[in-house]
Design a protein. Structure first.
Length: 464
């Protein structure tokens, strides 16, 4: 699916980081300004999340006001600009710019694509299509590691630029999301768009006609935009104040913290230093490729199971699995620090951390992005998704930025035990509060969120 090409490009920029940090720290640095310091390398690692935060606000706004397609094209242009910058980078400021622009594109990708895919997919395959986001991102990370370790600095950049051009041009020919067009009272265009994404000919099937009727009913109570207001539709606070919506927002806010608090985010960012700290004897390049390949296998497994076993099961299994792996890694590191002979257990660091990224990719790495647009009412969806992704990237920035400092002060074992406790708390929350959304329509999910099974109140208050 074309929109997910942008996640591959974002994954490529993540995979670019670990090998090229070592290059920028060496005498062979391509920067005319000279070798960077360890402190500057840390900022290169974390500053991309600044762009992610900006993207959540800007791309979320563009997706709601101008359209999902316009937001996708903005992501493509930003990605193209980021790799042009790194191609001509001569000093640290340009590398920072590359990372911020790349982070902006990544934040926009994870903000817009889950929303777009949810709106164009059939209920029965919505989860599988949503999981492709994780697969393509992890393909990009693995590709980035491989290309950067075996090709020169500029060749990798040209390859990334070719992907960016392909994505940007391809987006020009994609129809707008049918659900978005329905909310804007553009019913004829919405039906044409839905026909494109369902592969329907002029003689629509009864299933297609039923789906069109459902969309019309779902969006039928939205008044047309007021020409005097610049066609901007603003939410009223009452749109958020009903039980299913409030419960859905609470679930989104909490599940979006699962991934950054699992430990996998700093693991990918600081792969080399983590394996050195753990006592592993494997070369950094080997470790990085193993971790990326395992993460890709996990995301593929998620895509194969998310519409079979369900979102809730994957979240619980993934959270508990991450808790076990992090606890084992923390215990191994602690025993290594206190001087216990672990010469027969050198396989534990790469095994447990590979297991952690695999299990993360199966569930908490992608399922929250699938659940979020599923449980939110269409009118509040864009607003809530924007702020939940802002929360996600803020937490990720804090974790990545403070990870080296906390490890230095309290030890890697303390950090891994903390991540383990967070994962246990995540599993507990999912078991008691998160409904299953597999194969369900929005109406069925809303009913599940309302524990008293009352009809969802009509949302009649809106400011235009």
């Amino acid at each position: 699916m074309l929109p997910n090409l942008s996640t591959l490009i974002y994954g490529l920029s993540i995979g670019w980081l670990s090998p090229n940090l070592e290059l920028l720290l060496s005498a062979d640095t391509p920067l005319s300004s000279g070798v960077i310091t360890r402190s500057e390398a840390g900022w290169i690692g974390s500053i991309g999340t600044v762009g992610c935060v900006l993207a959540v606000l800007i791309c979320g706004w563009v997706a709601e006001i101008v359209g999902r397609k316009a937001a996708l094209m903005l992501i493509g242009v930003t990605q193209l600009a980021s790799w042009v910058v790194v191609l001509f980078a001569s000093d640290l400021t340009m590398i920072y710019t590359f990372r911020i622009l790349g982070g902006f594109a990544g934040g926009g990708t994870f903000s817009v694509i889950p929303l777009f895919v949810s709106e164009i997919s059939e209920d029965r395959i919505r989860g599988t299509l949503g999981a492709i986001l994780s697969i393509t991102c992890n393909i990009g990370i693995l590709l980035g590691f491989i290309l950067c370790y075996y090709l020169d600095y500029f060749t990798v950049t040209y390859i990334a630029l070719a992907f960016c051009i392909l994505f940007s041009v391809g987006c020009m020919f994609l129809p707008e999301s049918p659900q978005y067009l329905f909310t804007k009272e553009k019913k004829d265009r919405a039906i044409r768009s839905l026909r494109f994404y369902r592969g329907e000919a002029d003689n629509e099937s009864s299933k297609f006609i039923s789906e069109v009727a459902r969309f019309k009913e779902m969006h039928g109570n939205v008044p047309p935009p007021n020409p005097d207001s610049g066609r901007r539709v603003q939410l009223h606070i009452k749109d958020l104040l009903n039980k299913p919506t409030l419960k859905g927002i609470l679930i989104c806010v909490i599940v979006m913290m699962f991934h950054p608090m699992s430990g996998s985010v700093p693991l990918i960012t600081y792969t080399d230093s983590i394996f050195r700290e753990s006592g592993s004897d494997l070369p950094p390049a080997t470790c990085a490729m193993i971790v990326a390949a395992i993460q890709l296998l996990g995301s593929y497994a998620s895509s194969m199971t998310v519409d079979k076993v369900g979102r809730k099961v994957l979240l619980v299994v993934s959270s508990l699995g991450c808790a076990i792996c992090a606890a084992i890694m923390g215990t191994y590191t602690f025993l290594n620090v206190v001087g216990v002979d672990l010469s027969f257990f050198k396989w534990i660091p790469v095994t447990t951390l590979s297991g952690l990224v695999f299990i993360t990719a199966i569930g908490i790495g992608i399922v929250p992005f699938i659940i979020m647009p599923e449980i939110l009412e269409p009118r509040v969806r864009g607003f809530v998704v924007t702020w939940c992704l802002l929360e996600f990237h803020t937490v990720a920035f804090l974790v990545v930025n403070f990870f080296p400092t906390v490890v230095e002060r309290f030890g890697l074992y303390s950090v891994m035990w903390f991540f383990s406790c967070c994962c246990v708390a995540a599993a507990t929350f999912v078991i008691f509060y998160v409904p299953e959304t597999k194969g369900k329509s929005f109406e069925e999910i809303t009913e599940a969120l309302d524990s008293e099974k009352k009809p969802v109140p009509k949302r009649t208050s809106i400011d235009v």
